[in-house]
Design a protein around this ligand. Structure first.
Ligand code: NDP
Length: 306
């Protein structure tokens, strides 16, 4: 039986693994389908402390994995497909393989939604991004496009407008999901231009990355070519929580609700990182939550055994 089983190898999962391993719990961490999480889809990371010149997202995750393994964590490149948290020991399955564990730390993250344009994935990190806080700085004094009509799109547009030369925001409908206050704030910003209803029709690029976008009004078919260096897709995230239902409580969007720090309310089960955080979604906040979860798991095991 494992002391600590961690699901997900983003910054939350790997930080939890480092802390649990150093506390002598030999954690087993399941990498799932996207080893390294969302950071593997970014290029330079300049806001994770400790890297003077910044670090490439995939390299950061490779180093965190190596660090976790060096202190005693075991990484299994398998996906957890089913769980049973109804009693101790907690049960998990990777396909047919049954795993028993005293504690489980869920760090399965959230997946940013993208438009599905055929050129989008190959330009990830080369002009296409789903995180203004992470990548906005690379577009300082340059024109960018934001896609979306919710609070995330407004927040990203305002953040980018304070850095970039100009922000064009397109949304597919006249009506916005964003709260009035956020919408008004974005509309009032002198550097943000709204184009509605408009959708992304084409992405223009060269060897270096994105050079522009063609956007189309779906009602009139009128097209516009925009000279932009970055395209920020802000059309929502999908938290990866399905496997843990009905055991954990989630909000309407599917984020796991935690009570105190990372506690899910199920004894020995914790949730850390983007899976439990619809607000900040940063590598450093995820890492902090991973640390909290591992410390709580360690305390739980001590109490169980005393
Ligand atoms: P939302 O689901 O609220 O909004 C997503 C937006 O993207 C919608 O306008 C939707 O359009 C559009 N969209 C979805 N799919 C596509 C697509 N394929 N192509 C083009 N457009 C698309 O997600 P958010 O991430 O904005 O917000 C999630 C939650 O987090 C909300 O509850 C929000 O209030 C909250 N939040 C709060 C913030 C704050 O208070 N500071 C900041 C950020 C988020 P349509 O409307 O047509 O469906």
């Amino acid at each position: 039986m494992n002391d600590v089983t961690i699901i997900g190898t983003g910054p939350a999962g790997l930080t939890a693994a480092i802390y649990a391993a150093r506390a002598g719990h030999n954690p087993v961490i399941y990498a799932g389908l996207q080893h390294g999480g969302q950071l593997t889809t970014t290029t330079d990371v300049e806001n994770f402390p400790g890297f003077r010149e910044g670090i490439m997202g995939p390299k950061l995750m490779e180093d965190m994995t190596a660090q976790a393994e060096r202190v005693g964590a075991t990484v299994e490149y398998e996906e957890i497909t089913k769980v049973d948290f109804s009693s101790q020991p907690l049960k998990l399955w990777a396909g047919d393989k049954e795993i028993l564990s005293k504690t489980v730390i869920i760090c399965t993250g959230a997946t940013a939604k993208y438009t599905g344009h055929p050129k989008e994935q190959s330009l990830m990190g080369k002009g296409i991004s789903a995180c203004a806080t992470c990548d906005g700085f690379f577009y300082k004094n340059k024109p960018v496009l934001v896609i979306g009509g919710g609070d995330s799109a407004m927040e990203e547009a305002i953040y980018l407008a304070n850095l970039c030369e100009k922000v064009t925001l397109i949304h597919r409908r006249e009506v916005f999901k964003a709260s009035n206050i956020m919408l008004e704030r974005a509309k009032k910003h002198p550097k943000i231009e709204f184009l509605v209803p408009y959708v992304l029709d084409d992405i223009l690029s060269n060897d270096m990355g994105v050079t522009g976008a063609v956007v189309k009004n779906p009602e009139t078919n009128e097209s516009k070519e925009l000279n932009v260096d970055g395209i920020f897709v802000a059309i929502g995230h999908k938290p990866n929580s399905e496997v843990f239902l009905p055991y954990v409580k989630t909000d309407k969007a599917g984020y796991i609700e935690t009570t105190k720090f990372t506690e899910t309310g199920i004894p020995g089960v914790y949730a850390a990182g983007d899976i439990a955080d619809p607000h900040f979604k940063q590598a450093i906040t995820a890492a902090g939550m991973g640390c909290q979860a591992a410390l709580l798991a360690s305390k739980f095991i001590e109490q169980m055994e005393s």
